[in-house]
Design a protein around this ligand. Structure first.
Ligand code: NAD
Length: 468
């Protein structure tokens, strides 16, 4: 075994939590190594998650636009067809550029990249296997950022061809005629959108009586209507029991909302019922690292586990499984290690579904405020009354701002509409600055922009929007 020099910090995992933490730690002067078992850096997000799915969402949107939407702009396009291979190759190029970008950033910042599978063998040592020889990295601190993996319902087996996870659904070599998706969450809706746009008949089967669990329910209701208009079908309140591959088809058995046994046949079945923390093989049990009862690593306010010197961030700990949440935690964790004051504002973490239209949310949902008995005022404003949205021909949706009715402080904001994912940033900032709806309403928003809908929704909190 080869023993390497002593590091200040060894990070296991190079996803958004791990690689951002590594760069920040190096900036702060910590001698840092990042261990990654995959050949390419960036974790699920860059390789088989956020980035490739956004590339395909973009390509499929261009296709639908050429087929359906350009007409309204007076542009005639004929003979539009798709080349799935070329679409996939473009997606792979986008991924490759970004993952190799991380390797460059590591070099630039002096982060040591170690390829292999990391295992914590002592609070000051990480053993790395899978390379040419086993290496033991000695370190003052360890940060676990191993992320999450696909959750599979009991009794289901993914064969990777007919019954697949999101990873393979980003790789189909042809458009499936019938795609059934279990779980109408973010992955189901994003990948369902991609394949529906490209021509698949998409049916989503969801356990709950609504889609987009955890998002504001009014947002989910509007979204469902718009997705149905795009041709997606929803079977809600249904319990899926089995999936059987018969020849080249998959037969999915489920109990509908009234308890009747039903089945549906498809060409491909995507299982997207959530993800679970990826902690196997890290040696956590041997070290006695405490878990939180939900399979996640328990940490304190400085992201330190029950074993001093060992830290964890991102999908392996509590909180939403989002790349940007992991990044914030990674930065905060290493800043605290370096003696700085740092804190993640969990009330100001946006979440976005990159569907058409986009869906974005930050802070409290209206459902939660009602449940908690918080007195609030709401302001809503539709994109239909916005000049820019009209000019774009994308005026479906609205912005909703929820403010404390005693102080006017913004508690939550929810957007469905064009560029919702970008528009939510202003409201996340307002929440982070403890701003009021009046603060946002009184700040000048350029005209004509989609951002004016945010301003108008804030004016509507006081019941006085200008353009309604
Ligand atoms: P999710 O939690 O968003 O949705 C899973 C859905 O499956 C839920 O609605 C749940 O009720 C349903 N479900 C659970 N068990 C079921 C069953 N047996 N039958 C039918 N339905 C069932 O999970 P996801 O869509 O798989 O995404 C995984 C994680 O990745 C999430 O944490 C998500 O936030 C994250 N993600 C984020 C983005 C983004 O930010 N744009 C994109 C993709 C994934």
């Amino acid at each position: 075994m080869r023993e390497q020099t002593v590091f200040d910090l060894v990070i296991i995992g190079s996803g958004p939590g791990g690689y951002v933490a590594a760069i920040r730690a190096a900036q702060l002067g910590l001698k840092t190594a990042c261990v990654e078992k995959a050949r390419s850096l960036g974790g699920t997000c860059l390789n088989v998650g956020c980035i490739p799915s956004k590339a395909l969402l973009e390509s499929s949107e261009h296709y639908i636009s050429a087929r359906k939407h350009l007409k309204q702009h007076g542009i005639r396009v004929e003979g539009v067809s798709i080349d799935v291979g070329a679409m996939m190759a473009r997606k792979d190029r986008v991924v490759k550029t970004l993952t190799s970008g991380i390797a460059m950033l590591f070099k630039k910042n002096g982060v040591t990249q170690v390829t292999g599978t990391g295992r914590v063998v002592a609070p000051d040592a990480v053993e790395v296997t899978g390379g040419e020889e086993t290496t033991r990295l000695r370190t003052r601190r360890i940060l676990i950022a191993t992320g999450s993996t696909v959750a599979v319902p009991r009794g289901f087996r993914l064969d990777g061809k007919y019954v697949v996870s999101s990873t393979e659904a980003l790789e189909f070599d042809a458009v499936p005629k019938r795609l059934v998706i279990i779980g109408a969450g973010v992955i189901g809706l994003e990948l369902g959108s991609v394949w529906a746009r490209l021509g698949a008949k998409v049916t989503l089967i969801e356990l709950l009586p609504r889609i987009l669990a955890g998002f504001d329910s009014e947002l989910a209701t509007t979204a469902q209507k718009l997705f149905q208009r795009q041709g997606m079908k929803f079977i809600l309140g249904a319990r899926v029991g089995r999936a059987e591959i018969v020849g080249q088809e998959v037969e999915v058995g489920y109990d509908d909302k009234d308890g009747n046994a039903r089945s549906i046949t498809c060409d491909r079945l995507l299982v997207s019922v959530g993800r679970r923390p990826y902690t196997e093989g890290l040696g956590l049990e041997d070290l006695g690292i405490e878990m939180d009862g939900h399979g996640r690593i328990a940490v304190d306010a400085s992201y330190q586990t029950s074993v001093p010197g060992i830290y964890a961030v991102g999908d392996v700990i509590a909180g939403p499984m989002l790349a940007h949440k992991a990044q914030e935690e990674g930065v905060a964790a290493v800043e605290m290690m370096a003696g700085h004051v740092a804190k993640v504002d969990y009330d100001a973490i946006p979440a976005i579904a990159y569907t058409q239209p986009e869906i974005a949310t930050v802070g409290a949902t209206e459902d939660a405020l009602k449940e908690q008995g918080v007195p609030y005022a709401r302001g809503t404003f539709p994109f239909q009354a916005n000049g820019r949205a009209k000019a774009m021909g994308q005026a479906d949706g609205w912005v909703k701002v929820l403010a404390d009715s005693r102080t006017d402080r913004i508690l939550g904001a929810h957007i469905i509409g064009p560029r919702a994912g970008d528009l939510i940033a202003e409201l996340a900032l307002a929440i982070a600055f403890e701003g009021s709806s009046e603060d946002v309403a009184r700040s000048c928003h350029a005209h004509p922009t989609l951002a004016e809908v945010v301003k108008e929704a804030c004016l509507a909190v006081e019941g006085q929007p200008i353009h309604m």
